[in-house]
Design a protein. Structure first.
Length: 92
């Protein structure tokens, strides 16, 4: 699995996040059919995984956590009922 930085393809989303939220940093990645939006603010990190075609696999969640969540931090996982949208919240 590879996280591919596709932030430049989502400039409208990035600008919207920066203008309407407390986010100071936004990055968008592709993980195959799964989109990963990484946002960072002064007090938290938010990571959203989204896949419109199928359920997000446990391996994908573990991979993103390993790559994007700092090792010294705990996180909260929120999963929708269809497991097509998953949020990972990390307090700083």
């Amino acid at each position: 699995m590879h996280l591919i930085d596709v932030t430049n393809s989502y400039s409208t989303l990035v600008q919207s996040q920066l203008n309407t939220t407390a986010a100071t940093f936004v990055k968008v990645y592709s993980l195959g059919n799964t989109s990963v939006v990484f946002t960072e603010s002064s007090d938290a990190i938010g990571i959203v995984l989204e896949n419109h075609d199928r359920r997000i696999r446990v391996e994908e969640i573990e991979f993103v956590i390993k790559r994007l969540v700092p090792t010294d931090r705990s996180y909260q996982l929120t999963v929708d009922s269809g497991r097509r949208v998953i949020e990972i919240h990390v307090d700083k």
